[in-house]
Ligand binder design. Structure first.
Ligand code: SF4
Length: 290
C-alpha cells in the first residue's frame, strides 16, 4: 500500500510559534508563576497534556472577562493568550489585576482582528464568514465591538440582508473552507457590489485545502488526523470526504481500523494545524504495518 503524507500535515507556523513560546517561558525562572493558558493552547489533548507536564495549566473563561479576573485575582502570575487570539479587553484587565500576559496570537489572526477594528472605526457593517462559537471568531467579533453579522451556513447566506446605504466589509475566519468563503463572498458582492471583501483565510489553510482535494482524488483512502474540536482538522476531513467517501477522521493511530484498507492500494494522510508530529509519525508507522 502506497502511503502519501501531505506536505502540510501538522503544526502550522502559528501553532509552532505558540508552542515554542510556551516551552520557553515554562523554563524561564523570571516568568511570574503560576502560568496559565486561556483554554487549550491548541485543540489537541496530547499537546495540552505535554504543556501541563511543563507546569503550565489550562484555565477556562466562563462568563464576562471581568468576573474571570476577579476570580483569579492573586492566583495567577502569567496568563498565556493562545494562537486563536482574544478580544481587546484582556489587555487593560491584565494591567488592572497585575497579571503578566504572554500573547501567542498568530500574526495572521492579529491581521484579521485589526481589520475588524478598522472597519468598525469607519462605521462599516462587518460580516464575518466563520463559526460564531469558535475561539478565534469570538475574538475577532470583540475587535469589531460586537457589531458583526455571522455567515456560517448557506442558510445564513439566503437570509442575508443589510442596509444597502451602509458601507459593508466581509472578512473570514482564517481556517474557513475556501469554497464556502468564495461562494459566500460572490453572493454578497452580487447583491451588494459596494461590499469590500477581504479573503482572510490564511495561506497555510489555503494550501492544505487545495492539496487535500487533489490527494483525495488520487488515493483510495484518506486519513485526516486531528481533534474533533479543531476547526481546521475537521474541515480537511470534510473536504476530503466530498471528493472521496473513503475518508476517515482519527485522533490517533489507535483509531485506525483494518477494514478501511481491505482493497486499498494507496492512502493519503493529512493532519490539522494542531496535530503534533509525534502523532503523525505514529499513524504512518501503524499504516506501514498494514
Ligand atoms: S492556521 Fe493559519 S492563522 Fe491559524 S494559527 Fe495556523 S498559521 Fe495562524
Amino acid at each position: 500500500m502506497k502511503i502519501t503524507l501531505s506536505a502540510y500535515a501538522g503544526f502550522c507556523e502559528g501553532v509552532e510559534r505558540a508552542y515554542d513560546i510556551v516551552e520557553k517561558i515554562a523554563k524561564d525562572p523570571l516568568v511570574k508563576r503560576p502560568i496559565f493558558v486561556l483554554g487549550s493552547l491548541v485543540h489537541n489533548d496530547d499537546v495540552v497534556q505535554r504543556i501541563e507536564d511543563m507546569g503550565v495549566r489550562k484555565v477556562h473563561v466562563e462568563g464576562p472577562l471581568e468576573e474571570f479576573f476577579e476570580k483569579i485575582k492573586g492566583e495567577v502570575g502569567t496568563l498565556v493568550i493562545t494562537a486563536h487570539g482574544i478580544g481587546p479587553k484582556i489587555y487593560e484587565l491584565a494591567k488592572k489585576y497585575e497579571v503578566d500576559l504572554v500573547d501567542t496570537t498568530c500574526p495572521r489572526v492579529i491581521k484579521v482582528q485589526r481589520l475588524a477594528k478598522a472597519f468598525f472605526d469607519r462605521n462599516t457593517q462587518i460580516v464575518i464568514i466563520g463559526e460564531r462559537n469558535h475561539k478565534e471568531v469570538k475574538g475577532i467579533y470583540e475587535w469589531a465591538n460586537k457589531q458583526a453579522i455571522f455567515i456560517e451556513t448557506d442558510e445564513d447566506l439566503c437570509g442575508f440582508d443589510v442596509d444597502p446605504k451602509k458601507k459593508l466589509a466581509v472578512i473570514s475566519q482564517t481556517t474557513q473552507d475556501q469554497e464556502f468563503v468564495d461562494r459566500a463572498a460572490a453572493q454578497i458582492s452580487k447583491k451588494y457590489p459596494h461590499a469590500q471583501v477581504v479573503d482572510s483565510i490564511c495561506l497555510t489553510t489555503h494550501h492544505r485545502q487545495t492539496e487535500i482535494k487533489q490527494l483525495a482524488k488520487e488515493n483510495d483512502v484518506v486519513i485526516a488526523i486531528g481533534s474533533p474540536e479543531s476547526a481546521n482538522s475537521t474541515r480537511l476531513w470534510e473536504i476530503a470526504q466530498r471528493v472521496n467517501p473513503s475518508s476517515y477522521f482519527i485522533q490517533r493511530a489507535a483509531d485506525l481500523e483494518n477494514a478501511w484498507f481491505l482493497d486499498c492500494k494507496s492512502v493519503a494522510v493529512t493532519a490539522g494545524a494542531s496535530t503534533p508530529k509525534w502523532i503523525i509519525d505514529e499513524v504512518i508507522n501503524r499504516l506501514e504495518t498494514l
